[in-house]
Design a protein around this ligand. Sequence first.
Ligand code: ZN
Length: 553
Amino acid sequence: MKQVLTAVVMLVGLIRPALAAAQGADTVLINGKVLTVDREFSTREAIAIRDGRIVAVGTTADVRKLAGAQTRIIDLQGKTVIPGLIDSHLHAIRAALSFSTEVNWIGVRSLTEAVARIRDAARTMKPGAWLIVAGGWNVQQFKENRRPTQAELVAAAPNNPVYVQLGYGWAMLTPAAMKALNITTEADLPQGGRFEKDAGGKPTGAVTGAQGAIIALFDRLPRPTFDQQIQGTKLFFRELNRLALTGVVDPGGNNLSPDDYQALFKVWRDGQMTMRVAYSLCGQTPGMEFEELKSLTALLPIGFGDDMLRFNGLGERITAAMNNNDRPSESDKAQYYQIAKWAADRGMALTMHWGRDASVDQLLTIFERVNQEVPISSLRWSIAHLNDASVKSLERMKALGVGWTVQDAMYFGGDQLVQQSGPEAARRVPPVVTGGKIGVAIGAGTDAHRVASYNPFTALQWFLDGKTVAGNAIRGPEETPSRADALRLYTRGSAWFSRDEQKRGSLEVGKLADLAVLSRDYMTVPVDQIGGLESVLTMVAGKIVYAAAPYKE
Ligand SMILES: [Zn+2]
């Protein structure tokens, strides 16, 4: 019996290549510059795809042989192809919900243009509709280098309530917006919020204060309808496809309830996903997190789902008490340990938001304690952010098998970091070259869309030139990756965090055919133009999900 089996296995092995040639590929892409991002970072000319997977990578002549009568042949005319990019820390599910109803300031270079977008939206949206800018912009991106005034917003949209949020610390509301939310005095604001006042003590129209106050204020805004959420989800994924993204690892976030996942689930059920989403779940109610997480995951084992939508564990917030807390109490840590140990027992991944290296020992000590009881090295735990990670912390992470998701936070925040910590400290932020040498698994991303732009090319350019949005180069060459390494971080590097590095993240035989044809060559275009790249053709599992000229037909 065993011999027969062996013979069958051998026969299948022999027949397979022959069948491949006989059946032909569904699609071949030829005459290109294919950056495979395989181990050697090889460049090839052509790719063949069948049934959503890559069946050959090689010369145009070789790959052409796999084309049959039914094969779609795409002539790349020398264009560069990359594996579909993967953002390892993008709040995509939340961003998508409101994408069809929000005004977007991402990448806008002047305040004049930003305000013009409000004016345009006031014309195209229903009279009286809310105009909401939920974040993703920064003062330094505007050549005017300042925030909008209330008067400017009123002039742009006199008949609509307007709400413009900056990060998690400031939000400008027009009088119509204040009225709609029944805010007349500071007592009407969420706890911890207050009116911003100008030099003369007059309210500017903006609300400032604690992060929790701004989150609670945002929660008072009307929510998009379910249909708008579905529409927003599809549109947002297309927008990401336009920027060569084919996958995200979603870390949950503030203002997210189970209801907020239903639009995504509907798009997935309808077979209309154009992005692969691996999502983790956060605790939301302070003190109740363990009960919440147990209940949310009782019938949700790690890895549940399919290649388009998969449950990916806990995080990025496990407990409110340990969130952005440099000095957690013993009981905060005990509560955190309890959840982390429980997650490890169930083989769950866990990703944790942490800001500063000075306090990350608090977290790593808990991870090490859990690891002594239940080894976590195979569970794909990770720390997000930690922009000033020290060698010591990176070594502890490596020893635990804990990965590191790195975002372009310093693109917006770098100038402030230089002011606070000095240019020497800023030179090594974030130390991705050191992290790579130590052998920590590193993924790239943005943390969009409240605190950053989701554009991966903005992040890739920033990895390479270290320049903030204001144009100041703050990172030193010793922590600047090569173009190849930066692309690795954004592809196979990010794939690690959802256990997908064997399935995607590079263009190799057997892997999923997720790829993007770029408008210009990432490897040779001047560095300061990388931020302007986009895709002209994006495929997920060999299906075209985005096409621009010359492929739009
Ligand atoms: Zn975070």
